[in-house]
Design a protein around this ligand. Structure first.
Ligand code: SF4
Ligand code: SF4
Length: 107
């Protein structure tokens, strides 16, 4: 059942990136230029997080990677957290997606 496998794989990949990553700064390298904050599409003050050496644990963060990509000093990176636990996976959602795909396959 390749379709189901693909869905599971895609879903896992998406979750790993979106749910289990924070932007984490290396405060010692930050020169407080503010380019990261300027480029954040939702206005998170990434510079302040970098100043404090704190991960961007803001529920609004889209994990779009814009701040990581724009920082000229390579201060920011995505770091996985321990949120990726099997019991937190949305199995109901996965099942529904798989059922949808099977319905499509049979028509
Ligand atoms: S862009 Fe990089 S160096 Fe500039 S404030 Fe942000 S984290 Fe610091
Ligand atoms: S990953 Fe995107 S949304 Fe999150 S702080 Fe960086 S620029 Fe803003």
């Amino acid at each position: 059942m390749p379709a189901l496998k693909n869905i599971l794989k895609q879903e896992n990949t998406r979750r790993e990136v979106l749910v289990t990553s924070y932007v984490v700064p290396d405060a010692a390298r930050c020169v407080q230029c503010g380019i990261c904050s300027f480029n954040c599409p939702i206005g998170i003050d990434v510079r302040r997080h970098a100043w404090r050496g704190e991960p961007v644990k803001d529920s609004r963060c889209l994990t779009c990677g814009e701040c990581v990509a724009r920082c000229p000093r390579g201060v920011l990176r995505f770091e996985r957290t321990n949120l990726f636990e099997p019991e937190k996976l949305d199995f109901r959602g996965l099942l529904e997606a798989a059922q949808q795909s099977l319905l499509v396959e049979h028509h």
